[in-house]
Design a protein around this ligand. Structure first.
Ligand code: NAP
Length: 312
C-alpha cells in the first residue's frame, strides 16, 4: 500500500490525479500552511477517518501566501471535503471563502474550510475547541466562570476571549503586554458581555489590563480560570506568566501550550494546590469540531485522541 508524501506542494495539487494515483486511500482533506511540515493534524485526523470508515485520508500541503486561492479551487476540482488552514493563511482566507460562521467572524480568523457544493464555508474551531477543553479538564462550563485571558492580543487569546464572551462568562479580564490590543478587543466584545441576567458586581464584568504584577494581583481575587494564551512558557528560560505567589488553590489554570507538556505555570499551579491542564485537549477538540463541521456527524473522539497522543 503506497503511503502519502509527508508534504505535498501546489505543483502536486495541479497534477493531483497523477501524483496520488498509487494511493489506496484518496486524500480528501488537508492542512494548508507555510511551514506545514510540523503539523500534527494528519496524526489527529487519519485515525478518526479510519475509525469512522470514511474511506479517505488527510494530508499536509505546503501553500505559500500568494497561492491560497488557486489551492482552494484545486481542492474543489479534486473532490476534497475541506481543509484546515494555518499560518500564514488564517486571516487571508477570509477573502477567499464565500461565507463564514459567526464565531469565525468574531474571532477574525478561519482555521477550517468546508466545501459545500460550489461554496467554501469558513469556520473557526479554536474558540469552541477551547470551550470543550475547559469542560473536559475541569468539569465546568465557561459560562459559569470568571476568566482571565493572558495574551488576549494574539490569535489564540482572541479566540479564547471571543468564546468566553459568546458564552456570557461571569467575568472576563483581558491581559496583554501591549495593553492597547486588549482594550481594542474589550471594545469588540462589549455587546456580548451585556447580559441583563448577570448583575454587574463591583469588579466590572469586562476589562482590559496590562501584563503587570500589580494590575494582575488586583483582579485575581475575582477570577476562577486563568488561561495562558501567550507563547511564554515554551522555553525553560521564559519569565513567569503569572507571578507564582499570586496563584491560589481555587484557581483553575489552562495553559494553551502543549509542548512542553508541563510548563512552569502548570508546575507553579500544582505547587499552589490549584488544578492545571495543558493545551493538548484544545488541540484535540479543535480537530474534533473540524471533523464534525466537514462530515456533519459525530467524530470518533477517542481514536483521534489516541492518534494525537501517540504523535508526541
Ligand atoms: P501570537 O499571535 O503570536 O500571540 C502572542 C500573544 O502572546 C500576544 O498577546 C503577545 O503580546 C503575547 N506575548 C508573546 N510573547 C510575550 C512575552 N515575551 N511576554 C508577554 N507577552 C507575550 O501567538 P498565538 O498564535 O496566539 O499563540 C499563542 C500560544 O497559544 C502559543 O504558545 C501557541 O502554541 C498556543 N496555541 C495553542 C493552541 C492549542 O490548540 N492548544 C491553539 C493555538 C495556539 P503582545 O500583543 O504584547 O505582543
Amino acid at each position: 500500500m503506497a503511503e502519502p508524501k509527508d508534504v505535498y506542494t501546489i505543483e502536486d495539487l495541479r497534477n493531483w490525479k497523477e501524483v496520488t494515483a498509487d494511493l489506496d486511500i484518496p486524500p480528501r482533506l488537508s492542512v494548508f500552511g507555510d511551514p506545514v511540515q510540523h503539523s500534527k493534524s494528519p496524526q489527529l485526523h487519519n485515525p478518526g477517518l479510519e475509525a469512522a470508515g470514511l474511506g479517505c485520508q488527510y494530508v499536509r500541503i505546503h501553500v505559500l501566501e500568494g497561492e491560497l486561492e488557486e489551492a482552494l479551487s484545486l481542492l474543489k476540482e479534486n473532490d476534497f471535503v475541506g481543509t484546515n488552514v494555518t499560518i500564514p493563511h488564517k486571516q487571508a482566507i477570509f477573502e477567499a471563502v464565500d461565507d463564514i460562521t459567526d464565531v469565525a467572524r468574531r474571532v477574525g480568523a478561519v482555521n477550517t474550510v468546508a466545501i459545500d457544493g460550489d461554496q467554501f464555508i469558513g469556520h473557526n474551531t479554536d474558540a469552541p475547541g477551547l470551550k470543550k477543553a475547559i469542560r473536559e479538564e475541569f468539569s465546568i462550563d465557561l459560562s459559569d466562570l470568571r476568566v482571565m485571558v493572558v495574551g488576549a492580543g494574539g490569535g489564540a487569546g482572541k479566540a479564547a476571549s471571543v468564546q468566553c464572551a459568546m458564552d456570557h462568562c461571569e467575568r472576563l479580564v483581558l491581559v496583554n503586554r501591549t495593553v492597547e490590543k486588549a482594550e481594542a478587543l474589550a471594545g469588540e466584545l462589549k455587546d456580548l458581555m451585556i447580559d441583563p441576567d448577570k448583575l454587574e458586581g463591583p469588579a466590572g464584568r469586562l476589562l482590559a489590563i496590562p501584563w503587570e504584577e500589580k494590575a494582575i494581583e488586583r483582579e485575581l481575587e475575582n477570577i476562577d480560570l486563568i488561561i495562558n494564551a501567550t507563547s511564554v512558557g515554551m522555553k525553560r528560560t521564559d519569565p513567569e506568566v503569572i507571578p507564582s505567589q499570586l496563584i491560589e488553590p481555587h484557581h483553575l489554570i489552562y495553559d494553551m501550550i502543549y509542548s512542553p507538556a508541563r510548563t512552569r505555570l502548570m508546575a507553579d499551579a500544582e505547587e499552589a494546590g490549584a488544578k492545571a491542564a495543558n493545551g493538548l485537549s484544545m488541540l484535540l477538540w479543535q480537530g474534533v469540531l473540524a471533523f464534525e463541521f466537514w462530515f456533519n456527524r459525530s467524530a470518533p473522539v477517542e481514536a483521534m485522541r489516541k492518534g494525537l497522543i501517540s504523535s508526541f
